[in-house]
Design a protein around this ligand. Structure first.
Ligand SMILES: Cc1cc2nc3c(=O)[nH]c(=O)nc-3n(C[C@H](O)[C@H](O)[C@H](O)COP(=O)(O)OP(=O)(O)OC[C@H]3O[C@@H](n4cnc5c(N)ncnc54)[C@H](O)[C@@H]3O)c2cc1C
Length: 291
């Protein structure tokens, strides 16, 4: 299989970062015949995180690399969801209304599921080098903090929001948007899963509750705050005040199992310059509430 009509067999491409973006690109380039080396700072490949909604554009990207069917089999479609607002009746929204084609439901799955699909589908010709923390790029070579180097025709920064590669193209850095997102997964233990829902509070709080494949539910809560390191314990009561769904699911999540992520974004930057390119959050970190 090739992506489009490109044949890249003459190229060695180094991708910095084995996140969802880096692995998806590695598969696409590998299928087009390129020799690809993925450089990942972590010692083992894995994905921390809770649930993930794969939207229509993500499904198209998965289709282009031959993994849409596998993702659809592993995820849980959410064709409709409810919006709850204080003092008003709930609204039932049809996700088809948000779909460009009018018939595509987003998928909900554990991040680790999508990550595993991508990792396990790396084609021959793609090598992954763990424990390679990029320090800088020098004359077409990726240089690790421990001094190792990897030469490549093209170096792609898929190294996320705090991208080191981006520092070679621009001084732009993401801004903290005075919001922290808390996320958790709770087992349903055979209880009926609720309809996917987003709950808006009077001010400063908003949460979402999404059944996952299997017997579990993913929740997130976005909380306004001045500090990026606001602990969950400081935000918990405000989240629980969002109502019964929050009490039931956030209340059942041990504080130690909650992931807190400060929300940062940055306008998109020029993503290609010479033999360096950027993808994913390295190029354009966005607020997840934009969908
Ligand atoms: C709270 C929250 C909820 C979200 N929910 C959704 C959602 O439901 N659906 C959705 O589509 N998106 C969602 N997003 C956005 C999504 O998570 C990101 O856009 C996506 O994970 C970015 O992938 P990436 O591969 O570009 O970067 P990352 O996932 O950040 O991966 C970067 C990789 O690079 C590695 N790395 C970093 N620095 C170096 C270095 N110097 N050397 C070598 N390796 C390095 C890291 O270890 C990591 O493996 C959410 C984001 C947040 C914050």
């Amino acid at each position: 299989m090739r992506v489009g009509d490109m044949t890249l067999s003459h190229l060695h491409i180094a991708i910095v970062g084995a996140g969802i973006g880096g692995l998806a690109l590695a598969r696409a380039l590998g299928l087009s015949g390129a020799r690809v080396t993925v450089l990942e700072r972590a010692a083992t490949l894995g994905e921390v995180g809770a649930g993930l909604s794969v939207w229509e554009n993500g499904l198209h990207a998965l289709e282009a690399i031959g993994l849409r069917g596998a993702a659809e089999a592993a995820g849980r479609a959410w064709p409709v969801y409810e919006i709850h607002r204080p003092g008003r009746p709930a609204i039932l929204r049809d996700n088809g209304a948000l779909s460009l084609r009018g018939d595509v439901s987003p998928l909900m799955m554990h991040r680790g599921t999508l990550f595993g699909l991508l990792r396990d589908a790396l084609p021959p010709g793609v090598a992954v080098v763990p424990s390679f923390a990029l320090a800088r790029i020098e004359e077409g070579r990726a240089v690790a903090t421990d001094g190792r180097t990897v030469a490549a025709d093209l170096i792609v920064g898929a190294d996320g929001e705090g991208s080191v590669v981006r520092g070679h193209l621009t001084d732009a850095v993401p801004r903290f948007r005075r919001q922290v997102c808390y996320r958790g997964i709770v087992p349903l233990r055979g209880e009926t899963a609720p309809v996917p829902a987003e709950v808006f509070g009077t001010r400063h709080h908003r949460a979402g509750f999404f059944p996952l494949p299997g017997d579990a539910l993913y929740w997130f809560a976005l909380v306004d705050g001045e500090t990026a390191d606001m602990p969950f314990e400081a935000a918990r009561d405000g989240i629980l005040a969002l109502g019964p769904l929050a009490e039931r699911f956030v209340g059942a999540t041990p504080a130690g199992a909650v992931i807190a992520s400060p929300i940062r974004d940055m306008p998109p930057v020029t993503a290609v310059h010479g033999h360096i390119a950027l993808i994913g959050d390295a190029a354009h970190p966005m607020q997840p509430s934009l969908g």
